[in-house]
Design a binder for this molecule. Structure first.
Ligand code: MN
Length: 137
């Protein structure tokens, strides 16, 4: 058993995010574990760019209100305590509602032995029109 150092905060790169985003990686990324878990903090209105995860991703909202959308679907609202599963290869984005800070855990699997990457593929930024499109509960 090893108690790990407190994770350092990384600023979300502008090519992957709109607005103020920071995250901490909770699981060592050095090959000891295949699972990933990041705590991700979004300022009001901040969101990821469109992206997809080769092995899918689970999001668990720990604070605030999350908006998330898969390509071709309506925006989904996820509130504190809600959990969302995004299937492998599905283009999507996630972020804070316009009027709240939001924090979620993002959990996904790294590449398996022999699996070709990338773990996450990034696309276009989410436009204001896409961000403001109607939501379903
Ligand atoms: Mn994602």
């Amino acid at each position: 058993m090893e108690k790990l150092d407190r994770p350092t905060s990384t600023t979300g790169p502008a090519e992957w995010f709109t607005g103020d985003v920071s995250f901490e990686a909770l699981v060592p990324m050095d090959g000891r574990a295949q699972g990933r878990c990041n705590v991700v903090h979004f300022a009001p209105g901040a969101r990821t760019a469109w992206h997809r995860h080769v092995n899918g991703q689970c999001l668990h909202v720990t604070e605030g209100t999350c908006l998330t959308q898969s390509r071709g679907d309506s925006v989904v609202i996820a509130r504190t305590g809600d959990t969302v599963w995004c299937p492998p290869g599905e283009w999507h984005w996630h972020g804070a509602a316009p009027d709240t800070h939001m924090t979620h855990l993002a959990m996904w699997d790294g590449l398996a032995d022999g699996q070709t990457g990338p773990e996450t593929e990034w696309g276009d930024h989410v436009t204001d029109d896409e961000y403001r499109s109607p939501a379903t509960a």
